[in-house]
Design a protein around this ligand. Structure first.
Ligand SMILES: Cc1cc2nc3c(=O)[nH]c(=O)nc-3n(C[C@H](O)[C@H](O)[C@H](O)COP(=O)(O)O)c2cc1C
Length: 397
């Protein structure tokens, strides 16, 4: 029996195989942030497809942390009912689901958060994508957001979720705090690796206080920010992972990039310029075409492009499961990764968008390579506010 199909626990949850649906923004919630029928269907389908654990797309924990129009919210008790319906349908279909909790930090717009200036640890520079200069958070604001993560964790438990994942990657608020590029504070929230880590540490502790014992709390972490000046590197990610292990984090997922300074690293493959600029205004389009066009051909897919970084993190976290995401495409390679103990779970996003029944197909020995070609049209759907589907055959007019 392939190592891919041996069960493993994350916290108190037994995952029946080693496949994880990595968090993928669905763009399917109602404008209020409530769960929609389309969202429920997406995860029902994935559960029936055999994936061991589903991690949802990023859910905003606070109104200032919203990044997208059709993003799922977990910022208010009024969301719980819909979230419970989502969880129940996954459970009925035989799946397990963890909610990804996030705050968008500086990577949002004023319009998205009720006219306020986006929040960040430091007001460093104008954002290269949304052109906003963020507001440096006050101590009071920091504590409010930590509490909001805790309240969201409690809602996840009330909704019956099997776990939560703190989104510490891709340039959002937690990533910004732990990155020496984004966080240039000199108070007790910045100035050293320990102080920069404090925000994530307190969020974890706040969440841990309100969830049942052994309720899985995972963290997704960048092992490389790829920012213009040094942010998180594999060695810093290893340091943070060691600290997370000491705190009691139940699993670490290693990713990279996707800050607004390093958008394409997270999703190596084709750069779909035409689709990415489609949603821009008439005056932004030529600039967008020029800037994004320069990226074309520079991000060809490499199988398992976060593997080398994962090898640095794995020895530091001991028995805590490591989830490896990014370009995992060939079944024999996935097996090799597990057999060599480089990672414990194979996490994928784009392949599941194209083939929700992927795991069952692999189980039935029907394939050695997923059919996703990393054209990244699904990624381009995000700025176009289109629901997440495989648009390989064409992008809607
Ligand atoms: C359409 C789309 C939406 C995504 N949304 C999220 C998200 O909400 N949270 C997150 O942590 N990563 C998100 N990602 C990144 C994926 O989880 C994953 O890290 C990345 O796609 C690389 O894995 P892959 O090669 O298997 O696609 C998204 C990726 C895509 C393509």
């Amino acid at each position: 029996m392939s190592a891919l199909f041996s069960p493993m626990k994350i916290g108190n949850v037994e995952v029946p195989n080693r496949f994880v649906n990595s968090a993928t923004h669905e763009c399917m919630a109602k404008e209020t942030g409530e769960v929609s029928d389309e969202l429920v269907k997406r995860y029902e389908r994935l559960s029936k497809g055999g994936v061991g654990l589903i991690i949802t797309g990023l859910m905003f924990v606070h109104p200032t942390g919203r990044g997208y129009k059709y993003q799922t919210g977990i910022h208010s008790d009024s969301m719980i009912q819909g979230l419970k319906r989502l969880v129940d349908s996954v459970h009925q279909a035989g799946g397990r689901i963890a909610f990804q909790l996030a705050h968008g930090g500086r990577q949002t717009t004023k319009d998205m958060i009720g006219g306020q200036t986006p929040l960040a640890p430091s007001s460093r520079g104008r954002d290269p994508m949304n052109f906003v200069k963020p507001k440096e958070m006050t101590e009071e604001e920091i504590l409010e957001i930590i509490k909001a993560f805790g309240a969201a964790a409690k809602r996840a438990v009330k909704a019956g979720a099997d776990g939560i994942q703190l989104h510490g990657a891709h340039g959002y608020l937690i990533n910004e705090f732990i990155s020496p590029f984004f966080n240039i504070r000199t108070d007790s929230w910045g100035g050293s690796d320990e102080k920069r880590f404090r925000f994530l540490k307190e969020i974890y502790q706040e969440a841990r206080k309100v969830v049942p014992d052994s309720f899985p709390i995972l963290v997704k972490l960048n092992t490389n920010d790829y920012t213009p000046k040094e942010g998180i590197t594999p060695s810093l990610a290893a340091t943070y992972s060691g600290w997370m292990a000491e705190l009691g984090v139940d699993a670490v997922e290693v990713s990279c990039g996707a800050t607004n300074y390093s958008y394409m690293n997270m999703c190596r493959g084709n750069v779909p310029t035409a689709e990415l600029v489609k949603g821009l205004s008439w005056w932004e389009k030529p600039i967008g075409r020029l800037m994004i066009g320069k990226l074309e051909g520079k991000y060809d897919l490499e199988e398992g492009y976060n593997l080398e970084a994962a090898k640095k993190v794995k020895p530091v976290i001991g028995d805590i499961p490591l989830l490896l995401v990014g370009g995992m495409r060939t079944v024999s390679h996935m097996e090799e990764v597990l057999e060599n103990n480089f990672a414990d779970f194979i996490s994928m996003s784009r392949p599941f968008i194209r083939e929700p029944f992927l795991v069952n197909k692999i189980k039935d020995n029907k394939m050695d390579k997923v059919s996703c070609v990393s054209c990244n049209r699904c990624l381009a759907a995000v700025p176009n506010e289109l629901p997440v589907y495989c648009y390989n055959k064409g992008f809607p007019k």
